[in-house]
Design a protein around this ligand. Structure first.
Ligand code: MRU
Length: 346
């Protein structure tokens, strides 16, 4: 955590005994950490959005498995059978972010490999997943900032920062690096209805770390682009299919359409743990639909006419042809397609 890289927040913390999660439902009003003692609490924290953002969800699930292993009887022989219920519960928490299933897959491979002290091995793997994510974010920050070059201001969506990852962030990591390099002087953040990740979380992180931020309603994005106010749109991802189609927070796809129309470049920043080569294209990505109450109310107060219903998909899919670059820790894929994604993942 350091001021030079404009990065001070850590939302997922491992104490050596249990998880501590910054309760993101209470930001920006209160900064409260919750103690998460076991896998069931980790699954609830993911489902209830105490922790959110694709990489942070994966890291939390990995520690969830480590905690389940530690709680198992010392004479356990069939570890897979004993840990399966906890892993299934974690897997069922949210459907779209593939990092959750990727992290559980890594933990499962450690279980299958066996060993003298499996709880210790699983804790070590969870720590590795956490550390690797932070390192990947720093690398993507460098690559994305170099690709961006002098850009004036950028527009981002949802929250992709330290709160959504092991630290530093994906799209927000690029923004941090670009700001530190003097490539950008301002960030426009979409407020990101209905959960307000932009207003509540991204603006909070950027203010904490001294990066100038102006909030915009989603509807203002077209006018912002038309006036030439932003050089790039920079977003994260919850799952990238084998052809480069990208699922991210609802409202990302319209930004990509607008960016193409206005000649603004569009960058997706995600670690390779977000790339799902088993899903051929965006049509195969499961899209979470959340409760209508998130749209019908705001901060617990009803904002819609009584009796109205609501459709509340949490994510949308941006077709690869609208994406100028996918930045990963393994390299940058410009104008992504199936062949380029396959080469990256080899
Ligand atoms: O519903 P959320 O807040 O978990 O959605 C998060 C996003 O869509 C992020 O943009 C995405 O996970 C990338 S985070 C590094």
């Amino acid at each position: 955590m350091n001021r030079v890289t404009h990065d001070t927040v850590r939302a997922v913390q491992w104490t050596g005994d249990h998880l501590r999660l910054l309760d993101q439902r209470r930001l920006p009003g209160e900064s409260v950490y919750l103690d998460i003692p076991d896998a069931a609490a980790a699954a609830s924290a993911i489902r209830d959005m105490v922790v959110r953002g694709a990489p942070a969800i994966g890291i939390t699930a990995a520690y969830g498995v480590a905690m389940a292993a530690r709680a198992a009887p010392a004479d356990t022989r069939d570890w897979l059978k004993v840990l399966e219920p906890a892993m299934e519960r974690l897997a069922a928490a949210r459907p779209t972010a593939v990092n959750l299933f990727w992290a559980l897959g890594r933990m499962e491979r450690v279980i299958e490999a066996g060993g003298m002290d499996l709880p210790a091995a699983l804790e070590a793997e969870a720590r590795r997943i956490h550390e690797e994510d932070l390192a990947a974010n720093r690398r993507m920050g460098e690559l994305g900032a170099a690709l961006m070059g002098p850009a004036g201001a950028v527009l981002t969506h949802c929250n992709t920062g330290s709160l959504a990852t092991g630290g530093y962030g994906t799209a927000l990591g690029v923004i941090r690096s670009a700001f530190a390099a003097g490539h950008i002087d301002k960030v426009y953040a979409d407020e990101t209805r209905p959960w307000l990740q932009g207003a509540r979380l991204t603006a909070w992180e950027l203010v904490q770390d001294g990066i100038p931020v102006d909030l915009v309603c989603e509807g203002a994005a077209a006018s912002l682009m038309r006036r030439g106010c932003v050089g790039w749109v920079v977003v994260g991802a919850d799952r990238i299919a084998a052809n480069g189609d990208t699922a991210n927070k609802i409202g990302t796809y319209p930004l990509a359409v607008l960016a193409r129309h206005h000649g603004v470049r569009f960058m997706v920043v995600a670690p390779t743990s977000t790339i799902d080569m088993e899903t051929p294209d965006g049509a195969g990505i499961p899209i979470e639909e959340r409760d209508a109450s998130e749209v019908l109310s705001l901060g617990g107060q009803p904002v819609a006419a009584e009796g109205a219903g609501a459709w509340n998909p949490a994510f949308d899919v941006t077709p690869a042809e609208l994406i100028d670059a996918i930045v990963t820790e393994k390299g940058v894929v410009e104008r992504p397609d199936r062949a380029k994604m396959t080469a990256l993942m080899k």
